[in-house]
Design a protein around this ligand. Structure first.
Ligand code: AGP
Length: 609
């Protein structure tokens, strides 16, 4: 996730773009840059590693009325000045948010035509492509962009500036957000509304597969065939604080909603449907090494540990590779039994959790290969692990991990599918079916989000409870743990996550009519078992909230509330049941007037032992 901005008008482009970028820092802040045309129409490009304030500190005094800017959250190539946007080719400067999936093949083709690449980014291919087509048809910047977009695959919100077109900017969108702000004798381009709200509240939402030519006094929107489109102007009523949360009252709710797009980002460029496989550039393990793996050891803390438990079900169930999951804090003092044939996977959204880092260092001292799954490019974990897979969920502000967890799960699904394919445990047809179901998950998540009032009502009904139980079986057992963790973390209600079959070995003694039990019960091979567990719970007069498949007509007979989820392959169901438990925790905390984004006693990144 990155932020892009553009300005053309009569104002001071430098200060407007810097102010706008600061409002987008929530989208990323590892490096930033501006491209401007000065008073003489000459392009000036400034880039810097670090936050926007660092870029600001290197800017000379410069008079300019047109420019583009970018704040980066690295996905391809480490955070550095050379990888910061704008990327430049000839007279073309580009800022981009998204991922160009086929950049490697485009890069090779462009290099063979003599284009020289200086960065490790996927975006640089866009700059060279637009330059190439612009050179072939000079005078038509929008046409050059259109031709470039015809050959790229992936997602983009991008803006282009050229010294040969000082009176226009062009922009385009596919699967990454883009808006146009309308002013008097000035217009704005941005990834999100907060960027422009200081200057105007008149907005056009750019839709997927649309291009825009933005001039000082006009804005024209086209489809990718070049046909003009009529767009509605919207008046934004939010104040700035609300706008930074995109109108949501809390970052947590915003981040729960962002899961539809973060899942897309995590999947981007990694699915090979034709071959029936998954590809990870960053894996660092060839097929032979994967086949020789005897064991997987997953190390993580908190929510990331719960993701690791889902990983255990996936690796053991789909690949037959024995998998253990340990808390970083326990593992580091446990005299582990490890051999070089063990792959150690460290899961950490921040990449800075002290216990996980120490545990991975311990594992590395046994000669094991270490693979990090993290959200933060350039984090300590990404520098120390042998290899790193990025989850690409974008910055997460709420202390409660939500979209970073879903993205960790998606990476684990993809890894398990790849390992299963390599170890001949899954055939290409099964992989294709799973990948096609995975592609549907963002749409399913969207449906759950549209039904959130049902979850809010349920949360309100039980919000005065002192204790809560979450039960699940098999691959949804870790989601019971995650539901309980989310609830205690932000609503301060005591909650326990249990494997449903374990209730009768102790905790059943705690159940009464005052203790709600959330039963995660999608249909699968343990469905009948959890129905029995639900009956055990009901006979102790506890209320049961079931999370069940939307076509399940049976379960409502036994429970008090049903929260339906769209039907998917049961092994993928944690991607949906998670969203329900997140919303349940969120609305319970809201009802209890808790500090949702900054719960007491907790921090986003736990860098101490
Ligand atoms: C989750 O909501 C918590 N904030 C916490 O459990 C977190 O997952 C844990 O501290 C691990 O953090 P990491 O993923 O950054 O390593």
């Amino acid at each position: 996730m990155c932020g892009i901005v553009g300005y053309i008008g009569e104002g001071d482009a430098v200060s407007i773009l810097i102010e706008s970028l600061k409002k987008l820092e929530y989208r990323g802040y590892d490096s930033a840059g501006l491209a401007l045309l000065d008073d003489e129409g000459k392009p000036q490009v400034f880039k810097s590693e670090g936050e926007i304030s660092q870029l600001e500190s290197i800017l000379p005094k410069l008079s300019s009325c047109v420019g583009i800017g970018h704040t980066r959250w690295a996905t391809h190539g480490k955070p550095s000045t050379v990888n910061a946007h704008p990327h430049v080719s000839g007279s073309i400067c580009v800022v981009h948010n998204g991922i160009i999936e086929n950049y490697q093949e485009l890069k090779e083709a462009l290099e063979s035509e003599g284009f020289i690449f200086v960065s490790d980014t996927d975006t640089e291919v866009l700059a060279h492509l637009i330059n190439k087509y612009h050179t072939e048809h000079p005078g038509d910047l929008a046409g050059a962009l259109k031709s470039a977009l015809e050959v790229v695959r992936g997602s983009y919100a991008l803006a282009v500036l050229s010294e040969e077109h000082p009176h226009e900017l062009v922009a385009a969108r596919k699967d990454s957000p883009l808006i146009i702000g309308l002013g008097e004798n000035e217009n704005f381009i941005a990834s999100d509304i907060p960027a422009i709200l200081k200057y105007t509240n008149r907005v056009i939402y750019v839709d997927n597969l649309e291009m825009v030519t933005v001039k000082k006094t006009s804005v024209q929107v086209f489809d990718l065939e070049g046909n003009p489109k009529t767009k509605e102007e919207h008046i934004i009523q939010w104040d700035l604080e609300a706008a930074e949360k995109a109108g949501y009252p809390h970052f947590m709710l915003k981040e729960i909603h962002e899961q539809t797009s973060s899942i897309h980002e995590t999947l981007a460029g990694r699915l090979q449907e034709l071959e029936g496989d998954v590809t990870f550039e960053e894996l660092g393990l060839d097929k032979e090494q994967i086949r020789k793996l005897q064991r997987i050891e997953i190390i993580a803390c908190g929510t990331s540990y719960n993701a690791g438990l889902v990983g255990k079900y996936l690796f053991e169930g789909q690949t037959g590779i024995h998998t253990d999951v340990d808390n970083g804090s326990e593992f580091r003092y446990s005299n582990p039994v490890l051999a070089p044939s063990t792959l150690v996977i460290a899961i950490t959204q921040s990449g800075e959790t002290a216990d996980t880092l120490a545990a991975v260092r311990e594992a590395a001292s046994y000669g094991c290969k270490t693979l990090a799954i993290t959200n933060v490019v350039g984090s300590t974990m990404s520098r120390e692990a042998s290899n790193t897979i990025y989850t690409r969920a974008g910055p997460e502000i709420g202390v409660a991990a939500t979209k970073s967890f879903i993205s960790q799960l998606v990476v684990l699904y993809l890894l398990a599918i790849h390992f299963a394919r390599v170890c001949s445990m899954m055939d290409a047809d099964r992989v294709r079916k799973l990948l096609s179901e995975l592609r549907k998950i963002p749409g399913h998540v969207d449906r759950i989000l549209m039904d959130k009032e049902r979850i809010q009502k349920c949360a309100a009904r039980f919000s005065a409870s002192k204790d809560y139980f979450f039960i699940g079986r098999n691959i949804n057992y870790p989601i019971a743990l995650e539901g309980a963790l989310k609830l205690k973390e932000i609503s301060y209600i005591h909650a326990e996550g249990y494997a449903a079959g374990e209730l009768k070995h102790g905790p059943l003694a705690l159940l009464s009519k005052d203790v709600p039990v959330v039963a995660i019960a999608p249909q699968g091979h343990t469905y009948d078992k959890i129905l029995s567990n639900i009956r055990e719970v009901k006979s102790r007069e506890a209320s049961v909230i079931a999370i069940a498949d939307s076509d399940d007509n049976e379960i409502s007979k036994y429970v008090d509330v049903v929260i339906p989820i769209p039907k998917t392959d049961v092994i993928l169901s944690p991607l949906l049941t998670t969203v329900v438990v997140q919303l349940l925790a969120y609305y319970t905390a809201l009802e209890r007037d808790c500090s949702i984004d900054k719960p007491r006693n907790l921090a986003k990144s736990v860098t101490v032992e």
